[in-house]
Design a protein around this ligand. Structure first.
Ligand code: ADP
Length: 503
C-alpha cells in the first residue's frame, strides 16, 4: 500500500475555488485556483451557480493532484473550508439546486431583517446565536427562496429539499448524496443555530417558517464526515470549517487568547475565548471556533469593511500608486502622516462603532501634506481600525493579549505590520505560510484521521516568517491614537448631520 503523503484542502472562496495539497510539514506541494462567475441580477443582489462551485472545486482538485502525479492512495484525507453564510437549497432526489446560491454579500433580505428587529427579536437572536440580526446570515436567505420558488416550502416539509452552506453542498456531492452534514462553525453562521446548546433552534426556524427536515446534521470540525470515490479510491472527508475559523486554526489559535487578524479586501479578527461564550456589548459577534476535539470552542469576531480595499482605492480611483505593494515605498519616504488622518468609512463603519451612514473622512490637512503622507495615512488607517477591534476584544474577553498573528494580502506590507505593532503595543508574528485558511482545513482533516497526532504536533509546523515588536514611545502612541479617535468622531458627526437632514 502506498504511503499517505498528502492532505488536500478544498478552499471554496467567494470569487474562486482552490485546492492545495499539503505535506506533513504543512508545506504547499501543489496549488490550483479557478475563478467562477459572480451573478448580479439586481443592484445589491449577489448569486453563484452551485453547479459551477462544484465543478470548479472538482476541477482544481483533480488538477492539483495531477500536477504532483498524486495517486488517490497517497491522499490521507480531504479538508473543506468555505465562504460562509452562502445559502444553497437542492432537491434530495436529484441533487439539483432549486435556486442559485444566495451569496453572503447579498442584501435582498434587508427588509425581512428590519421587520424582525422591529418585532423585538434583536436580543433573542444575540442570546441564542451570538449574532446581530442581518441579511448577511443564511436564515433570511433560505426564507426568501421558499417565498419565491413556488411549492418549495411544502416540498421541503415532505423531505424533498435539502439546505446547506457551501461545505454541506460539497460534502453531499463528494459522497453522492450519502451524507448531509455541516460543522459547528458553519452552522453558527446561519442565524438558526443555538451556540449554547449546540442545536438548531426551533423558535427561530418557526419565525422564518423553515421546515426542520431541510437541515444538515452538525458535527465537530475535525471529524470523518464520509468518504469520496470521486478521485478514485476511497478518500475520507475529515475536516470542515468556515474560512475565518479555519484561518484561526491554521494559525494555531487553539487556546483561549489566540488571535489572528486577516488583512484582505476587508479585515477579520477572531479571538479564541475557549469555553467562555462572551456576549459583546461593543458589537462584536460571538461565534463557534473550530477545535481538534468533540466540542467547539467559542470565539469573538470583528470585521472591518474596508482594509486592503482602501489600498485598491489609492491605486484605482486616486491613481497615487501603480500597485498595492508600492504603497510601502511611499509610507517609508516620510517620518509620519504629517498630522493627517484618513477614515475609509466608504460603506459605513463596523465594530465597534456600527455607524452605517458614516462616510470616508480626511482630516488634518495642512499645506505641507504630500502624496507620501496621503498614502501613509491610508495604510495607517488599516492599523487603526484593526486596533479598535483588538481593544474591544481585550476589553470584553478580559484576556491579555501578547501576540497577534497576521495573514492576508496586505499583511505582506512590513511598514503596516510595524505600525500595527507600535500603536497596538503588541508583538506581531507573520507566518511563513500565509495560506492559513487552507492550512487550517488540512489540519482539521489530518487530526481526525491521525495523520497528525495532536495539536502539539501541528504547532511544530507553524513557522514564523517575521516578527514585529513595538518600538514607539508610549507618549507618541497616545497622541496618534487620540488623533484617530477625533478623526472617527468627524466621520460619525458627518453621518449624524446627513440623518438630520433626512428628517
Ligand atoms: P481577499 O482574500 O479578500 O481577496 P487578499 O488576502 O488576497 O484578499 O489581499 C488582497 C488585498 O491586499 C488587496 O486589497 C490589496 O490591495 C492588498 N495588498 C496586497 N499587497 C499589499 C501590500 N504590499 N501593501 C498593502 N496592501 C496590499
Amino acid at each position: 500500500m502506498s504511503e499517505k503523503k498528502y492532505i488536500i484542502a478544498m478552499d471554496q472562496g467567494t470569487t474562486s475555488s482552490r485546492a492545495i495539497l499539503f505535506n506533513k510539514q504543512g508545506e504547499i506541494k501543489s496549488v490550483v485556483q479557478r475563478e467562477f462567475r459572480q451573478i448580479f441580477p439586481q443592484p445589491g443582489w449577489v448569486e453563484h451557480d452551485p453547479m459551477e462551485i462544484w465543478s470548479t472545486q472538482m476541477g482544481v482538485t483533480m488538477e492539483a493532484m495531477q500536477r504532483l502525479d498524486a495517486k488517490p492512495e497517497e491522499i490521507a484525507a480531504i479538508g473543506i473550508t468555505n465562504q460562509r453564510e452562502t445559502t444553497i437549497l437542492w432537491e434530495t432526489a436529484t441533487g439539483r439546486p432549486i435556486y442559485n446560491a444566495i451569496v453572503w454579500q447579498c442584501r435582498r433580505t434587508s427588509d425581512m431583517i428590519e421587520e424582525m428587529k422591529n418585532a423585538g427579536w434583536t436580543e433573542r437572536i444575540r442570546d441564542k446565536t451570538g449574532l446581530v440580526p442581518d441579511a448577511y446570515f443564511s436564515a433570511s436567505k433560505i426564507a426568501w427562496i421558499f417565498d419565491h420558488v413556488p411549492g418549495s416550502r411544502e416540498r421541503a416539509r415532505r423531505g424533498e429539499i435539502k439546505f446547506g452552506t457551501v461545505d454541506s453542498w460539497l460534502i453531499w456531492n463528494l459522497t453522492n448524496g450519502a451524507v448531509h452534514a455541516t460543522d459547528y462553525t458553519n452552522a453558527s453562521r446561519t442565524m438558526l443555530f443555538d451556540i449554547k446548546n449546540l442545536c438548531w433552534d426551533d423558535e427561530i426556524l418557526e419565525y422564518f417558517d423553515i421546515p426542520r427536515e431541510i437541515l444538515p446534521e452538525v458535527h465537530p470540525s475535525s471529524y470523518v464526515y464520509g468518504t469520496t470515490e470521486k478521485f478514485g479510491g476511497n478518500i475520507p472527508v475529515a475536516g470542515v470549517a468556515g474560512d475565518q475559523q479555519a484561518a484561526l486554526f491554521g494559525q494555531c489559535g487553539f487556546e483561549p487568547g489566540g488571535v489572528k487578524s486577516t488583512y484582505g479586501t476587508g479585515g477579520f479578527m477572531l479571538m479564541n475565548t475557549g469555553d467562555n461564550k462572551i456576549v459583546s456589548k461593543k458589537g462584536l459577534l460571538t461565534t463557534l471556533a473550530a477545535s481538534g476535539g468533540e466540542r467547539p470552542q467559542y470565539a469573538l469576531e470583528g470585521s472591518v469593511f474596508i482594509a486592503g480595499a482602501a489600498i485598491q482605492w489609492l491605486r484605482d480611483e486616486m491613481r497615487m500608486i501603480r500597485s498595492s505593494p508600492q504603497s510601502e515605498t511611499y509610507c517609508n519616504a516620510v517620518e509620519d502622516s504629517n498630522g493627517m488622518y484618513i477614515v475609509p468609512a466608504f460603506s459605513g463603519m463596523g465594530a465597534p462603532y456600527w455607524q452605517q451612514y458614516a462616510r470616508g473622512t480626511i482630516v488634518g490637512l495642512t499645506r505641507g501634506v504630500s502624496k507620501d503622507h496621503f498614502v501613509r495615512a491610508t495604510v495607517e488607517s488599516l492599523a487603526y481600525q484593526t486596533n479598535d477591534l483588538l481593544a474591544a476584544m481585550k476589553d470584553e474577553s478580559g484576556l491579555s493579549l501578547s501576540v497577534l498573528k497576521v495573514d492576508g494580502g496586505a499583511s505582506a506590507n512590513n511598514f503596516l505590520m510595524q505600525f500595527q505593532s507600535d500603536i497596538s503595543d503588541v508583538r506581531i508574528e507573520r507566518p511563513s505560510c500565509i495560506e492559513t485558511t487552507a492550512l487550517g482545513a488540512a489540519y482539521l482533516a489530518g487530526l481526525a484521521i491521525g495523520y497528525w497526532r495532536d495539536t502539539d504536533e501541528v504547532r511544530q509546523n507553524w513557522l514564523c516568517g517575521k516578527v514585529f515588536e513595538p518600538v514607539i514611545e508610549p507618549e507618541k502612541r497616545k497622541k496618534l491614537l487620540k488623533g484617530w479617535e477625533k478623526a472617527v468622531k468627524c466621520a460619525i458627526y458627518f453621518a449624524l448631520e446627513e440623518e438630520d437632514e433626512g428628517e
